[in-house]
Design a protein around this ligand. Structure first.
Ligand code: XIL
Length: 302
């Protein structure tokens, strides 16, 4: 019995969800949110385009609504995200070079300072590696400012909010044999060796038939944890339905529980109708807010 949050707390973990500020007036949504979840990630409201729509003009109203919801229900917050090639405001999209590097660092400093002391973990950098077999950094305006942009962002975030855990977050890094997984692993290993401030790695874990839960998922989480970082499942959703979907949620939850440094799981939305996936039913509650088999399997595995 119990709830996702209370079950996760029995082993010192959290269970979180992405939250959209525009849904906080929906009482079915907030009812499930406050009952079940002990960690909140703003689905879009802390992204660069939301918090700095004009250069050096910061906008926190929608994000702060989510912060207030977290406070009122006693949940913690994951900050998402300070530096990313997507959802950049127009003024940033066209920038390059030294001007962009300075603008990015200013953004990291200003936003992390605004939320100092309120964030459990920041996704400092999101999705910086390429898909496919190259293991290379993704070509982006941020990457073109120099290969050290990621460590510069982490160093700025540490200075601004020394109490927050600082994470690197990505997708398609769940399969240990994948070149992208290996490339992120080597970056984290290098950061730890050189004292770049990194505390955690987030695995988005958006799974579907083309990208299923890999059989070595727990191995991946454990191998990263063995580098001396915490790991979290940060944006979990799994396409499917019924028993097959429930079993996949059970597998993912059990993998986190088996890794002592896997400190929590966040699903990317509450009801299937809240999902960023336009079609499909990848979450734990149906469109009416009823618990699915995937919910029961997750709760049992916690
Ligand atoms: C998605 C949101 O869910 C959508 O509402 C938005 O339109 C696009 O971004 N990886 C991430 C998340 O790190 O920020 C993305 O969220 C999903 C993929």
């Amino acid at each position: 019995g119990g709830t996702l949050g209370s079950a996760a707390a029995r082993t010192g973990r959290y269970f979180g969800t992405a939250v959209s500020a525009s849904k906080l007036s929906d009482s079915v949504y907030t009812g499930i949110l406050s009952r079940e979840f002990s960690m909140i990630t703003a689905e879009n409201e802390m992204k660069i385009d939301a918090t700095e729509p004009s250069q050096n003009q910061f906008s926190y109203a929608n994000a702060d609504r989510i912060v207030n919801q977290a406070t009122s229900q006693g949940a913690r917050l994951r900050g998402h995200t300070l530096a990313w090639h997507q959802q950049q405001p127009g003024w940033m999209q066209g920038m390059e070079g030294t001007a962009l590097r300075q603008a990015m660092l200013n953004h990291v400093t200003q936003v992390a300072t605004h939320y100092r002391g309120k964030i459990y973990a920041w996704d400092v950098v999101n999705e910086a590696f390429e898909d496919g077999g190259s293991g290379a950094r993704r070509n982006s305006n941020l990457q073109r400012t120099g290969n050290d942009w990621i460590e510069a962002a982490f160093t700025a975030a540490r200075a601004a909010d020394p109490g927050a855990k600082l994470c690197y977050n990505d997708y398609n890094t769940d399969d240990w044999t994948h070149a992208k997984t290996q490339a992120v692993y080597r970056m984290v290993q290098d950061f730890k060796a050189r004292g770049v401030p990194i505390d955690c790695v987030g695995f988005q874990s958006h799974f579907n038939p083309n990208s299923p839960v890999p059989s070595n998922y727990q191995t991946t989480l454990q191998n990263f944890a063995n580098l001396g970082v915490d790991v979290q499942i940060t944006e979990l959703d799994i396409e499917g339905s019924g028993t097959a979907q429930a079993n996949n949620f059970r597998t993912v939850t059990s993998a986190c529980l088996a890794v002592s440094r896997c400190t929590g799981i966040t699903v990317w939305g509450i009801r299937d109708t809240d999902s960023w996936r336009a079609s499909g039913t990848p979450l734990l509650f149906d469109g009416n807010g009823q618990k699915k088999a995937a919910y029961t399997a997750t709760l049992e595995a916690l």
